[in-house]
Write a protein that binds this ligand. Structure first.
Ligand SMILES: Nc1ncnc2c1ncn2[C@@H]1O[C@H](COP(=O)(O)OP(=O)(O)OP(=O)(O)O)[C@@H](O)[C@H]1O
Length: 252
């Protein structure tokens, strides 16, 4: 299957400090879970994939577009929906205003933006609250609104940075159903998370980062199969993940 995003030899960092080293990644339709301990570089990788910051080294292709200039990055962004971990919003905006505004930012044509915003709001089951101001919504609803803003205009690549943080169990289930529906529509979703249960519930594929490197890639069953005898963890997947990190010396 063709890659929606292709990263080769990516180096990224802040000032003189390198936090991603020689990283290759192919993202295809389906849900890719990005796991890794704190500081592994997951957010930095998603920001790089989202073309928010150009890499220090290496090449990025998004839907076949080589992202080598600001102009190319602007073109590529039309194909990318990105929900940062802490996303900014205007509390006085309504759900509709916010999602419509994000459609405009993504370059959805004016004559299609209204329908696109309504469709995205509907997709996350916020239709009845579309006239509500963001400041009046619960944390779970704000997050759903964030997802609507990421999928408006239906970009083929959707990047979600720790989207389940702070959600209660019911909200988490709702979130998973949204991600499954995106998968059913052949969207490529990259989901950064600390929660191995999120991976077990919705991911087809897992990538594990440690210290800025991609140290493992495979399906959830193979990750569970990587568990070593006596490994810590409450599920086979968690034991596989912990074994992998221990093997990398990535556990504190
Ligand atoms: N704006 C920044 N300036 C300087 N260093 C940064 C900046 N953002 C991140 N870092 C550093 O880069 C490294 C990777 O951080 P990043 O946030 O990408 O990791 P992460 O895997 O997403 O971590 P977490 O799971 O805690 O969110 C960390 O050591 C972090 O301190």
């Amino acid at each position: 299957m063709k890659s929606v995003a292709e990263l080769r030899g990516i180096g990224q960092g802040y000032g003189a400090r390198d936090v991603i080293v020689d990283l290759d990644l192919d993202v295809r339709p389906g849900v890719l879970g990005l796991l890794g301990p704190n500081g592994a570089g997951k957010t930095t990788l998603l920001r790089t994939l989202a073309t928010v910051v150009p890499p220090k080294r290496g090449t990025i292709h998004i839907c076949g577009i080589p992202v080598g200039s600001q102009r190319a990055a602007r073109r590529a962004r039309r194909h990318i929906g990105y929900l940062p971990q802490h996303f900014g919003f205007y509390p006085g905006f309504t759900v509709y205003d916010f999602v419509r505004y994000c459609a405009w930012l993504r370059g959805v044509p004016d004559d299609a933006a209204d329908a696109a915003a309504r469709e995205a709001i509907d997709f996350v089951n916020l239709t009845e609250r579309s006239r509500a101001r963001l400041k009046s919504l619960s944390g779970g609803m704000i997050r759903r609104c964030g997802i609507a803003s990421a999928i408006v205009g239906r970009p083929p690549l959707v990047l979600l940075d720790e989207p389940t943080v702070g959600l209660d169990p019911a909200q988490r289930l709702e979130f998973r159903s949204v991600v499954r529906r995106l998968r059913d529509e052949d969207t490529a979703v990259v989901l950064s998370t600390h929660l191995v249960e999120d991976v077990a519930a919705v991911c087809d594929d897992v990538a594990v980062m440690a210290s800025g490197r991609m140290v493992w890639r495979g399906d959830p069953e193979s990750l569970a199969g990587a568990a070593r005898p006596g490994a810590e963890g409450d599920s086979p997947l968690e034991r596989g993940y912990m074994s992998l990190l221990a093997g990398q010396g990535a556990l504190a």
